[in-house]
Design a protein. Sequence first.
Length: 454
Amino acid sequence: MSAGSAPRSSATSSTSTLFGTLVTALSKCSARLRPTSDRPLRPRARPGSNLARGSGGPPAVVCFPGWTSRRRWLGCRDLPAPDVPAARLLVCSLPARASLRGPPMYVVHTTDLTKIYHDKYIALNALNLRVEKGMVFGLVGPNGAGKSTTFRILLGLQRESAGEVQVLGEQMTPERADLRRRIGFLPTNPAFPKHMTSIAFLEFVSRILGMPTQRARVQMARLLQAVDLTQAASQKIEGFSTGMLTRLGIAASLMNDPELLILDEPTSGLDPAGRKQTIELIRELSGRDRTIIIATHILTDVERVCTDVGIISQGRMIYSGPMSEMRRLARQGTISVEIEGNTSAFEQQLHSLDDIGSVRYERVGAEFRITFLGTEALTVYLTRVLQLIDRTGVELLRVDTGSDEIEEAFLRRLEEDRTRGFLRAAAWAATQDLRDAGRGNEEIDAGVPGHPSV
């Protein structure tokens, strides 16, 4: 027994030593991964990035002068000021931020979102909006379509009448100040204190957000450089141009290092140079760690900067998809030609153009409106039409292709939506007439999508 006990004791001792070594190693590894007050999690910066972002402590939300009860709305009175060394401030275009939770599939996800004012006016009618992480999403539509109402609900400034809204994977309500602190927002025509300088205004915003002084100074310097306002840092805001005010507003909306940035008509009122500079700035802000939603009615801006686009009309989303698909729809163009001579021969040979896309045409006198449903560029269709004119020997008096392909596609979608709305209204009115006549309406109801909502 005594002879066998020595090896057993030795084995037990070596096992204990090995176990202790593993525990020590795992403890060190865990200490590296676990954030502490002395060592917060620190993502790595992407080389060459040039826009300032903060990385420590809870993100906060930006506020502009003019918001009523802004500190109560922001929930910033008791917001702890994170002690983050200035050296750990990172730049804007970062890889996926360090997080113990997986990112939500959708940054914005609304289901049948409805808003009715005073039980009369329907601002949003079962709006379904999906915005994935990293998108630059353009929300376009005519005035009064519901864009600003959508933003107010996404920010928790208003409560929806029906439906659901999720932002950053969580339910948004007016009580969710913590969720709003993860969003940056630039409203249309924001109000600024004219007597302040730009750097004083950003310092004012940082105090509302509860940012540490040193962190705020570094953030302000980097943001002013990013929006090209360093030379105007000590100038009073009252002397700023519209473009400078827009860039200052974007800088203020970035002070909280937002995961979601919402810009409402950021290029409105700008001259071409100011629009170009703002679009380039938005393009630099985009990245897989930041999601941007832009509301605008300037379709060329959407085409230049957005990865995805949604068209909203009368409170409903009538189109949502990649910008590439919108460009494909734009290629379904209409060419108007006015000719004289042997127009019958020209008309008979129009269908010879079917090899480049389905051809439809409408004739009014000597004018032909030719619509191509295909995937080729509009210039390809125009070339073939001109070749047909030359081949048939008719004389070309006038040709019109429209001024903007994307705008044409946008207007086509709106026109199609209006047509469907008229059909729904007519079908609903027909059912009312049948009810008044005492007849059943079950069969008609079954054939009207969405009945009786118009």
